[in-house]
Write a protein that binds this ligand. Structure first.
Ligand code: MN
Length: 370
């Protein structure tokens, strides 16, 4: 593995800029497991598959106060090393993309950002500042970078207005939201004004992990479970479930959300969700089965899960058109992610859809390399 910031990693490559949030397994099955089937579907000698990456983070010096909340989730020395990597929009980031065949990155502020700001007015102002700063960086390299809006969800109508400004005026591709905001989840009916605008603008909302506002007893005495190891998947999966069971996608059937980390465990759960909801002792009325919303309204990325079996499950359960490549830079290793998807046992058509075609269509991203 090649995470220069992982103290456990003795084989670090100096050219790679990655913050590892934890030790990685010594070998990944995807790198060497290209099957005969996928070889048959590849054109011999064909050029590499272009890649678009969607969960790629940055930080601004003025936003560091909010980023400190993340310190509890990763080792202190890794947090310190992350900052110069996150704040670079130039050669360091571009060379990592170039070395690993990533043509285009949609950039997002590393969480939780203004979503933890108690003063809504300050949150709105800082979110605008952040979006303007990102737009400036994107404008310098519009063929390589896109932007996801950072939004002050404390103010639902203001967030809708800022999303519209970011999409229409700054050319952003959607927004990335770091979970709940001061205890309020996105299924709250006060957010209908926001979802109306999302649908009007036809942009996706990337639902990125964040910590819950409380610290549930199930994590007591187990700090290793808090954060990227486990609790973020639980929190983000539950958030997505809240959106589905609230009927949000019946009210806004064209709304699209994106989940990272191979769908935050949801791809294995479709059958059980459909099977158990009808016998649930509750009055949840949906027009469709839960699995239908997961196929119609939810796309997932491969960020941080370089596993052939997890990828196959995601494709088989949600459909290949719902799975997109991502890295989670710099918290995951770009080389690991890119080399894994290049060699994963996929048909050429599957690999093209996952690596760039679906993202390109969903967010109207034009690649120079095509
Ligand atoms: Mn991330």
């Amino acid at each position: 593995m090649t995470s220069i910031l992982d103290p456990l990693n003795r084989n670090s490559a100096p050219s790679d800029q990655t913050v590892a949030a934890g030790g990685m397994p010594p070998a990944l099955p995807g790198i060497s497991s290209t099957t005969e089937q996928s070889r048959e579907n590849e054109t011999p000698g064909s050029a590499r598959i272009p890649k678009i990456a969607l969960e790629e983070h940055f930080m601004l010096t003025d936003m560091l106060g909010y980023f400190k909340d993340t310190k509890v989730n990763i080792k202190a020395e890794l947090y310190d090393k992350a900052i110069p990597i996150l704040t670079d929009f130039g050669d360091r980031r571009l060379s990592t993309m170039d070395q690993n065949g990533i043509d285009f990155s949609v950039l997002s502020l590393s969480g939780p950002g203004v979503q933890v700001e108690k003063d809504a007015k300050v949150a709105v102002r800082m979110a605008k500042f952040c979006n303007d700063a990102l737009a400036l960086e994107v404008s310098k390299r519009p063929n390589r970078y896109g932007g996801f809006a950072h939004l002050a969800m404390q103010d639902p109508e203001g967030a809708a207005d800022e999303l519209e400004r970011c999409v229409r005026e700054l050319g952003f591709k959607g927004a990335l939201i770091n979970g709940q905001t001061l205890g309020v989840y996105l299924d709250d009916r006060r957010y209908d004004v926001f979802w109306e605008r999302v649908v009007d603008l036809t942009v996706p909302i990337y639902l990125h992990p964040g910590n819950p506002i409380d610290h549930p007893a199930m994590y007591a005495d187990h700090p290793e479970m808090w954060g990227p190891t486990y609790s973020w998947a639980v929190e983000t999966c539950a958030h997505a479930m809240r959106l589905i069971f609230s009927g949000l996608f019946d009210r806004f059937p064209t709304a699209k959300i994106i989940l990272g980390h191979m769908g935050e465990t949801l791809p294995i759960q479709l059958w059980r969700l459909d099977s158990r909801l009808p016998i649930s002792n509750q009055n949840c009325k949906l027009l469709l089965n839960p699995s239908d919303y997961l196929k119609n309204n939810v796309l997932i990325t491969t960020s941080g899960v370089c596993s052939d079996s997890a990828l196959r499950c995601a494709i088989d359960s949600m459909g290949v058109n719902n799975v997109m490549f991502s890295v989670d830079y710099p918290f995951e290793d770009t080389r690991t992610a890119a080399s894994w998807i290049d060699a994963a046992p996929l048909t050429l058509e599957e690999r093209q859809k996952i690596c760039y075609l679906t993202a390109s269509t969903l967010m109207n991203i034009k690649l120079n390399t095509l």
